[in-house]
Write a protein that binds this ligand. Structure first.
Ligand SMILES: [Mg+2]
Length: 214
């Protein structure tokens, strides 16, 4: 992360500028996930922005399930070459491809799923992972989820189905920041022992603080 630190700073600037310009959006989760997104797009993902297409055959895929943190995603997509950086200035404006919640019908490169309605990204990721297995494509599928999002029942149905189908080419990440739109996750609906829950659903679990010293 030391090498990627300058990109993280730039992405944070992008997020603040985008949200402040329209006085609308979700800066908290975006800023909190900056290191994750920069590490993913500038170090981990095997992807070629110039060859982007909806199928993503022969490339790693990423699905953002907690779509409201779109500012950080749009920033890393632009900074890694999916679309012009200057387009970030259209965030949340009428007729922009960069809507507050990502959509697919504007055809923004890098976005393969509409998100905003929480709880759906894991199901989509599992479908994509199964498709890669059917196509003998050994690339990986990544998803990101908010911790508040885990209160959605569909997440756990999907988690159970992934184990049932022995999906082994999917990495789902949870931004366990303890906060959601209505307050503390523990006050709204506590997640309990999250590690034990995922283990019980048949998943391998790794924990990190998500920052450079993790
Ligand atoms: Mg949260």
């Amino acid at each position: 992360m030391e090498d990627l630190s300058p990109i993280c700073s730039q992405v944070r600037r992008d997020i603040v500028r985008m949200v402040h310009a329209v006085q609308s959006g979700h800066p908290g989760g975006s800023l909190g996930c900056t290191e994750f997104f920069v590490a993913l797009y500038f170090h981990v993902l095997r992807h070629d922005p110039k060859r982007w297409d909806m199928d993503g055959t022969g490339q790693d895929l990423f699905f953002l399930s907690n779509g409201h943190i779109s500012p950080v995603w749009y920033s890393v997509l632009a900074r890694s070459g999916y679309f012009p950086v200057k387009e970030l200035a259209t965030f949340r404006k009428l007729d922009s491809r960069l809507q507050g919640h990502p959509t697919t019908h504007e055809g923004l490169p890098g976005v393969r799923m509409a998100s905003g309605s929480l709880g759906q990204g894991l199901s989509v990721g599992i479908g994509a992972a199964l498709a890669k297995r059917l196509n003998s494509d050994d690339h990986l599928v990544y998803t990101l989820h908010g911790d508040g999002e885990l209160q959605e029942g569909q997440i756990w149905e999907a988690a159970m189905s992934a184990a049932a189908h022995k999906v082994d080419n999917l990495i789902a990440t949870v931004d366990w920041n303890g906060r959601q739109i209505d307050g503390d996750v523990d006050d709204v609906m506590p997640l309990g022992d999250l590690r034990a829950k995922w283990l019980a659903f048949g998943w391998d679990v790794l924990e990190t603080n998500g920052k450079r010293h993790g």
